[in-house]
Design a protein around this ligand. Sequence first.
Ligand SMILES: *Cc1c(COP(=O)(O)O)cnc(C)c1O
Length: 381
Amino acid sequence: MSEHPVTPSGPGSAPFREATIDVAAIAWNTRVFAELTGVPVIAVVKADGYGHGAVLAARGALAGGASHLGVADLEEAVELREAGIDAPIIAWLHAPGETFARARERHIEVGLSSPEQLEAAANGGAASAPLRVHLKIDTGLSRNGVPESNWERVCSRAAALERAGGIEVVGVFSHLSNTSLDDDRAAIRRFTRAVEVATAAGLRPRIRHIAASQAALELPESRFDAVRIGLGLYGFSPLPDRDGAALGLTAAMTLRGSIASVKRVGPGTGVSYDYLFRTERDTTLALVPLGYADGVPRQATGNASVLINGYPHLVAGRIAMDQFVVDVGETPVSVGDEVVLFGEPRTGAPSAEDWADAADTIQRHVLTGIGRRIPRVAAPE
Ligand SMILES: *Cc1c(COP(=O)(O)O)cnc(C)c1O
């Protein structure tokens, strides 16, 4: 595959605030990962699809051939089911005392990390079918997952519960730290040993999965039977030396708004809180109605730019809760003109990665921070 087409943005009747989601780009990116890795893609749509809208993200990923959807918790899985999505879903982060009743009712697969979760999952009462579970192994991230000291005990108990019919162990999985290739290789060796322990206990897990976006690209030995792709689905590269375009990916979200007011000011005019910016000459200021409550990182104050009528312009002064100001100089602008905060770089827009760099954080943080005032709207296909 070469490049997914993109539609350039321009003047017109811009929405007040909107995150436009290119669902076809998510499908495209899913196929890129499937072709590159040669294994099924578990599309990670947790945290409202990394801010893109979980249902839109799920629809895109499934159109692109994803085998499963992955979410953190059962609440997120139920939201997908209520939207009518019946593809396999796995959820792996559970509330204390979770009974897994919702998982049984809704046919949601669960990742389990402790003996308590295993007992609760198997204890489904008069369930018709066994609950499908994936045993989560701690291979060095020290978050969820069964620690090595407990592998044998948990695997033999899981095998007994499987024979009794309460659960079916369909997978074994883990998650990597991305600290270094060597650290990840050591974790993969631990994972292989854990799978051997599971097999020796009588389990036959069909889906072994450990790689997220970064390892799926960098470490072929991490791919096993499936890869769990989050960031990459949305068009971003997890690698420091290659951007999304270099991997053939397309950014799926365009965050935009319309200019809410325009004014001409003289030199020495202070702009926004604390007057961090003062104009140097006669200029035009344009007000953009998105702020840090909408996920525009306040820390990016002074370092970020936006696209207005095809040209990048620096954000002037403090990014506030609901708005920020752009010094557009002599560029003619009108109320209602479109402002693109970020989008696919091939359209000339800044990327979410530029905003992440400006705010000294990562793309996932910018994307998942997009607030509730911003409607997520599917781009016309
Ligand atoms: C979030 C998450 C992923 C996806 O990670 P990316 O690096 O964004 O691809 C995969 N697996 C687990 C367990 C996760 O929590």
